[in-house]
Design a protein around this ligand. Structure first.
Ligand code: OSB
Ligand code: MG
Length: 369
């Protein structure tokens, strides 16, 4: 079915609580929602690039530009109607993986809605409830971190991830471990260290962590392999894994033992599935990372996390952990035992509320064939 129209909207939503990583502290999130229309059906996608090029080199502005000037015209000019065809065509453009993923996800939602099936069925998912974890930002003090973790555990989350950076690492782990000796716990540095910190990072082996995520910057696969050789705790790569090829290279070099899959980071679900399948064939467990998505992006992540090689609790939390009012109705909730249900309706299976989207929109543009 021909794509008749594509809409882009730039939104800003305030967080319920600030989120601080080794990049800095943020109070709200700016992101792009993509809508694709065909035959009276609308597919939704989310572009996870943020305002500043901190997590990756993409920003909301570069994503908007690349969508408007290259990716949307490609869909119309080549009469692209589905996500796999979009993936093949869009590969001619280098990089801009988050921009590509947002449009590809909208096409996946559309395709599943056209078929009347939930996305997880189209993807070959096997789990209908997803183990939920929380990613905890850096706080002003260790007691505040401990209080926050206590509150999340009270709500029922299965595991906690804390953000670390130089000056907020070993002592933070020690404090959390003292208070919660048996808690499934992991840490994420977002690339804040360098190889010279190797001896310091090895101290993290003392805390029984599930994994240490992305200690070094994205391009340092080799340095990660040097650190992994000397640590007992598994390393997990996030920012470094951009494709099935980088996943294979990380595996061959021994740069990590676990991979975080984020569909936005790798350019869409076609590539995410390739990474998933490669990891499954080679005994590397994966889990689903998050980018503090709205309910639209998080619903997409729930379907992806239903695939069989997702083996750890995920950075997938309920709507009320992120936003006062999510963009979808009903919102995403945490079930007993610390799970989130995979939506059962067609496509992403959740209902975006147009009025809420409109209220949060700061820029909007419609494109037609
Ligand atoms: O590294 O996993 C990360 C949020 C923004 C950018 C990078 C990361 C994160 C998170 C949030 O950890 C996880 C979530 O969405 O719950
Ligand atoms: Mg991460």
């Amino acid at each position: 079915m021909t794509i008749e129209r594509i809409d882009l909207a730039l939104l800003k939503l305030p967080y319920v609580h600030f989120f601080e990583t080794s990049f800095g502290r943020e109070y709200d999130r700016t992101f792009i929602i993509v809508k694709v229309y065909a035959g009276g059906i609308c597919g939704y996608g989310e572009v996870v690039a943020s305002e500043a090029p901190l997590y990756s080199s993409e920003t909301t502005t570069t994503a908007w530009y690349v969508l408007k000037e290259f990716l949307i015209p490609l869909v119309f000019e080549k009469s692209v109607s589905g996500p796999e065809e979009f993936y093949k065509q869009a590969r001619r453009f280098r990089g801009h993986l988050m921009a590509k993923a947002g449009l590809e996800l909208a096409l996946w939602d559309l395709k599943a809605k056209q078929a009347g099936l939930p996305l997880w069925k189209i993807y070959g998912g096997v789990q209908n409830k997803i183990p939920a974890g929380v990613s905890c930002g850096i706080e002003d003090s260790l007691p505040e971190l401990i209080d926050r973790i206590g509150a999340y555990l009270e709500e029922g989350y299965q595991r906690i991830k804390i953000k670390i950076k130089p000056g907020w690492d070993v002592e933070a782990c020690r404090a959390v471990r003292e208070k919660f000796p048996d808690l499934p716990l992991q840490v994420d540095a977002n690339g804040a260290y360098i190889l010279a910190d190797k001896e310091h990072l090895k101290k993290l082996d003392a805390f029984g962590l599930l994994m240490v995520e992305q200690p070094f910057p994205p391009y340092d696969l080799w340095d990660h392999s040097r650190l992994q050789k000397e640590m007992t705790t598994p390393l997990c790569l996030d920012e470094s894994i951009l494709s099935e090829t980088t996943a294979r290279q990380a595996f061959e070099m021994g740069s990590c033992r676990i991979i975080n899959i984020k569909v936005g980071r790798v350019g869409g679900m076609v590539e995410a599935k390739k990474i998933h399948d490669f990891c499954r064939a080679n005994g590397i467990p994966v889990w689903c990372g998050g980018m503090l998505e709205s309910g639209i992006g998080r619903a997409h992540n729930l379907h992806i996390a239903s695939l069989p090689n997702f083996k750890f609790p995920n950075d997938l939390s309920a709507s009320n952990r992120y936003y006062k009012q999510d963009l979808i109705d009903p919102e995403i909730v945490l079930e007993k035992g610390g799970f989130i249900k995979v939506p059962e309706g067609p496509g992403i299976g959740v209902n975006p509320v147009d009025d809420r989207i409109r209220k949060a929109t700061i820029r909007h543009e419609t494109f037609k064939k």
